[in-house]
Design a protein around this ligand. Sequence first.
Ligand SMILES: [Zn+2]
Length: 119
Amino acid sequence: MTEYIQCFACGAKSLNIDGEVHKYMLSSPGCWVMFTEVLAREYSDLTYWKGHQFTVDAYACQHVRKKEDRRALNSVNIHLVSLYCIFELGLGQEEAPKLRAKFSQFHKGKNSLEWLERV
Ligand SMILES: [Zn+2]
């Protein structure tokens, strides 16, 4: 058995293991494990906390399940808006969770978000 494989969603080298993944983000189990390890480090050491918003937004955007899954469609839109506001509009990272919550609440139940094709 190969020890490492490439995550089919993001291309990262990850452990070739069986296991659980997120409910509506699609990844190899090894990539999911790496993501949760990064989150654990961010939560346990404030040195790493300042990158937390980027970690969450980037991982969510790179591990999108099928567009027919409304949760996946909403998730990628929310995380892309968050990245856009941080990088293009200068939103502080500490404001990103509030922005995502408001964006999500505004669009809740409306089915107003659309699938964004990769270019
Ligand atoms: Zn991945």
